[in-house]
Design a protein around this ligand. Structure first.
Ligand SMILES: NC(=O)C1=CN([C@@H]2O[C@H](COP(=O)(O)OP(=O)(O)OC[C@H]3O[C@@H](n4cnc5c(N)ncnc54)[C@H](O)[C@@H]3O)[C@@H](O)[C@H]2O)C=CC1
Ligand SMILES: O=C(O)C1=N[C@H](C(=O)O)C[C@H](O)C1
Length: 252
């Protein structure tokens, strides 16, 4: 007798990430792809197909409605779509409060190396007076700066604040808006969009006579799949909101 496979739906199924997720789910012996939901489709199709978990890689403008629908129908959700701030996260938490037992795992980056890059950057933050982030992506990316860069900046800023670090040294007067990038929690973030790139980030720390660069490169969207599948398998046993793939990994 074979064990039953976990029925999975994918929102954004024909997108760059969604299509890769569909292929990964199809290839996994313990998972079954039961619904491929695209813009304009009625999400009821995933409920009718018996999905227990839905994966969302769509667009910041679409993702909230998809999460609301899934929580309302008792379907667990793995969210890779970016564009989440504290206000949006609070809304998701409120929806979940009315749906005990339903889980949402949300991560701006499902690549193991990117998660480690953020962990290492957070650890390094207190030792250096200066830090800047450069994120580099393919030119069809919808948002800037990336969700990963924003989360990295917030974590670095929190670590600096906890260590009592003051403002970064910077005496520059800018002649053009944007010349010093965008500020995310006081950390300068620079976004490059270039043909040929997939998803990359450098975190540069500067101190007296030394630079530490932590760099991660996703060279292919396959880099995100182990993390996505880990979350798909775990979300049903994690009621409420789980923020970040690191919560599903043993990083000690
Ligand atoms: N968390 C992570 O590890 C990663 C996150 N991302 C994020 O995933 C999102 C999608 O990225 P890509 O796949 O590159 O974009 P994409 O533009 O290639 O794909 C998005 C797909 O979603 C579809 N869509 C839009 N609204 C929809 C709706 N209401 N219901 C169902 N489908 C809908 C679009 O038609 C499109 O096919 C972005 O926010 C991106 O930043 C991307 C890579 C990794
Ligand atoms: O749009 C992308 O491609 C990516 N988006 C995520 C982000 O905004 O951080 C993750 C990764 O950088 C790829």
């Amino acid at each position: 007798m074979t064990a039953s496979r976990l029925p999975v739906a994918v929102f954004g199924a024909r997108g760059r990430m969604g299509a890769t997720v569909c292929a990964a789910v199809r290839a996994a012996p313990d998972l079954e792809l039961v619904a491929e939901v695209e813009a304009g489709d009625d999400p009821q199709m995933l409920v009718d197909a018996g999905a227990r978990v839905a994966v969302d890689f769509t667009h910041p403008d679409a993702v909230m409605e998809n999460i609301r629908f899934c929580i309302g129908h008792g379907v667990h959700v793995v969210v890779g779509t970016t564009g989440f701030d504290d206000a949006r996260l609070d809304v998701v938490r409120r929806w979940l409060a009315d749906a005990p037992g339903v889980g949402v795992v949300l991560a701006p980056n499902f690549a193991l190396g990117a998660v480690l890059m953020m962990v290492f950057a957070e650890k390094a933050a207190k030792y250096f007076p200066s830090v800047e982030i450069i994120e580099l992506h393919h030119p069809r990316k919808a948002d800037a700066p990336s969700g990963t860069a924003q989360l990295t900046a917030r974590r670095i800023a929190a670590a600096r604040a906890a260590a009592g670090r003051g403002p970064m040294p910077d005496a520059t007067t800018t002649a053009l808006d944007g010349a010093r990038g965008a500020r995310v929690a006081e950390v300068p973030v620079h976004a490059v969009r270039l043909s040929g790139l997939v998803a990359h980030q450098e975190v540069l720390f500067g101190g007296d006579g030394e630079i530490l660069t932590i760099r991660h490169d996703s060279l292919d969207r396959s880099s995100f799949m182990p993390g996505v599948l880990l979350a798909v398998r775990a979300v049903g046993s994690r009621p409420g909101l789980t923020l970040g793939l690191e919560n599903l990994l043993d990083l000690d």
